[in-house]
Design a protein around this ligand. Structure first.
Ligand code: UGA
Length: 436
C-alpha cells in the first residue's frame, strides 16, 4: 500500500516538472512552485512550458493531484516533503551558484512540520552537510535531509524517472532514507542508499564518465580519419565487449546540453578547489571544445580553404533530438565559428524556440530542411533529428549550389549519399565523393 505524501517541488524546469508529474502519477499530492510568473501561468492554464516526451499527458492525467503556485509558503504549509529542483548555474569561479537552493531553505523557517527536505539539484559534494547545518541552526533539527540526484536524460526523462537504472538516496539517517524510498514506490528500478556526500558524488561522477566515453569515441574518430579506419565499425565492435558496453560511444560534433558541460566543469572546479588537478577530465572537456571547431576546419579545407561568403545550412539547433533545449548546444559554436569565418548561416530545427541572441539573430531560419539547403554551398547535420532521414536528398542535391554534406552525427548512409552525387563527409570515416 502506497503511503501517500504531500510533496512540494521547488522549481518548474525540466527536472522539477518531471519529478512533480511522476510523483503525482505514483499517487502523491504534489504542488510545484516556481518564481517565474509566466511559467506558473502557463501551467495553471493547463499548458506545459517545455517540451518533454509524455510530460503534457502525464500532467493532464494527474491534474487532480498536481497544482502550481508562485507562493513558497503556500507550497510548504501543507507538505510533508520539500523537493529542491532549482538550477545551480556556474559562478565566474566555476563553483556552482547555490543561491537558489539557499532561497528555498530560507522559506522553510516556519516549516517545523516537515518530514524531510530532499535536494535533487546537482550540487558540489558537501552541499548537503552545509544545508543540514543551516537547517539545524534554524530549528529544523528534527527534519530529515536527503540527496536524491537525478539521472534522467532530456527527451525521455519521464520514462527514465519511472524505469531508472537506480534510484540513489543519500541520507545520514535511516528514517529519511526510508521515507524517500517509499516516495518512489511504484518506480521500476533498484534503490541504492548511501551517505549524503557519496550520493552527491555519484551524480557528478556518472555524468563525467558518460562525457568521457563520448570524448574518447571522438578522439578515436579523429585517429580513424587520419588512418583510414571507420569509427562506426570500431565503436560497434568495441561496445560488444560487455565490460565496455555500446552506450555513449557515438562520435559527433560534441556533447552539449544543460548537464555534461556544466557538470564536468563543476567537478573539475571542485577538484581544483581542493588543490587537485583532474587532468583526465580537463582533456575530456578540451576534446569536446575542439570537436565543432575541427568540423568547421574540415569543411573549410573541402571548400578550398574559403568559408567567407559561402552559405552554410545547419540542420538541427537543439543539443540533441527530442528536445527544444538549446543550452550549450554544439550548433551555437558551429554557427558562431562559421560567422566568424565570414560565411552566411541558415538553419532549421523542428523544436528549438525562436532565438533572438547571436549567433542565431544573424542566421536565417527555415521551416524545412530542404528550404534551408536550397542554394547552400554546404550543409552540416548537427542534431540527429529522425526527420533528416526522410529528407528527399536527391532534391537537396539538385537544389544546393554545391552538393556537400558534413554529417556531424553519422546519421546518413555514406554510399547512398555518394550515389546521389554528394560529397559526403562525416566523423571518423572516409569522405565519399559523389558518383552521380
Ligand atoms: C545527461 C545524462 O545522460 C543524464 O543521465 C543526466 O541525468 C542528465 O545529463 C543531467 O545531469 O540532468 P542529457 O543532458 O539530457 O542527460 O543528454 P544526453 O542524452 O546524455 O546527451 C548529452 C550530449 O551528449 C548530447 O549533446 C548528445 O548529442 C551527446 N552524445 C550522447 C554524443 O555525442 N554521443 C553519444 O553517444 C551520446
Amino acid at each position: 500500500m502506497l503511503e501517500k505524501r504531500r510533496v512540494a517541488v521547488f522549481g518548474a524546469g525540466y527536472i522539477g516538472l518531471v519529478t512533480g508529474a511522476c510523483f503525482a502519477s505514483l499517487g502523491h499530492d504534489v504542488v510545484v512552485r516556481d518564481i517565474q510568473r509566466e511559467r506558473i501561468d502557463i501551467l495553471q492554464n493547463g499548458g506545459v512550458p517545455i517540451h518533454e516526451d509524455g510530460l503534457a499527458e502525464l500532467i493532464a492525467e494527474n491534474a487532480d493531484r498536481l497544482t502550481f503556485t508562485l507562493d513558497a509558503e503556500e507550497a510548504v504549509r501543507e507538505s510533508d516533503v520539500v523537493y529542491v529542483c532549482v538550477d545551480t548555474p556556474p559562478t565566474p569561479s566555476g563553483d556552482a551558484d547555490l543561491s537558489r537552493i539557499w532561497q528555498v531553505i530560507g522559506t522553510l523557517r516556519e516549516a517545523r512540520h516537515l518530514a524531510a527536505v530532499v535536494v535533487k539539484s546537482t550540487v558540489p559534494v558537501g552541499t548537503g552537510a552545509r544545508v543540514r547545518a543551516a537547517m539545524d541552526r534554524g530549528g529544523l533539527q528534527h527534519v530529515g535531509y536527503a540527496s536524491n540526484p537525478e539521472f534522467t536524460a532530456e527527451g525521455h526523462a519521464v520514462h527514465d524517472f519511472m524505469h531508472p537504472d537506480r534510484v540513489v538516496i543519500g541520507a545520514d539517517d535511516p528514517e529519511t532514507a526510508k521515507l524517500v524510498a517509499q516516495l518512489h514506490e511504484g518506480v521500476d528500478g533498484p534503490v541504492v542508499t548511501m551517505d549524503v556526500a557519496s550520493a552527491e558524488m555519484v551524480k557528478l561522477a556518472a555524468n563525467a564518465l558518460l562525457a568521457t566515453k563520448i570524448s574518447f569515441a571522438n578522439e578515436i574518430a579523429t585517429i580513424c580519419e587520419a588512418t583510414g579506419a571507420d569509427v562506426e565499425h570500431v565503436v560497434h565492435a568495441v561496445g560488444l565487449d560487455h565490460r565496455l558496453g555500446p552506450h555513449y560511444m557515438k562520435p559527433g560534433v560534441g556533447w552539449g546540453g544543460s548537464c555534461f558541460p556544466k557538470d564536468s566543469r563543476a567537478l573539475r572546479a571542485m577538484a581544483s578547489n581542493s588543490g587537485y588537478s583532474f587532468q583526465m577530465l580537463s582533456s575530456v572537456i578540451e576534446v569536446n571544445d575542439l570537436q565543432p571547431r575541427r568540423a568547421v576546419q574540415r569543411l573549410k579545407d573541402e571548400l578550398d580553404g574559403v568559408l567567407a561568403d559561402r552559405t552554410i545550412a545547419l540542420l538541427g539547433i537543439a543539443f540533441k533530438p527530442g528536445t527544444d533545449d538549446v543550452r550549450e548546444a554544439p550548433s551555437t559554436i558551429l554557427a558562431s565559428r562559421l560567422l566568424a569565418e565570414g560565411a552566411a548561416v541558415r538553419c532549421w530545427d523542428p523544436l528549438a524556440p525562436p532565438l533572438e541572441t547571436a549567433p542565431w539573430s544573424v542566421a536565417t531560419r527555415y521551416a524545412t530542411p530542404l528550404e534551408a539547403m536550397t542554394g547552400a554551398d554546404a550543409v552540416i547535420i548537427v542534431t540527429e533529428w529522425p526527420e533528416l532521414r526522410e529528407v528527399a536528398w536527391e532534391k537537396a542535391a539538385a537544389a544546393m549550389a554545391r552538393p556537400l554534406i558534413f554529417d556531424g552525427r553519422n546519421l546518413l548512409d555514406a554510399q547512398q549519399m555518394g550515389s546521389l552525387g554528394f560529397t559526403y563527409m562525416s566523423v571518423g570515416r572516409r569522405t565519399v565523393r559523389g558518383t552521380a
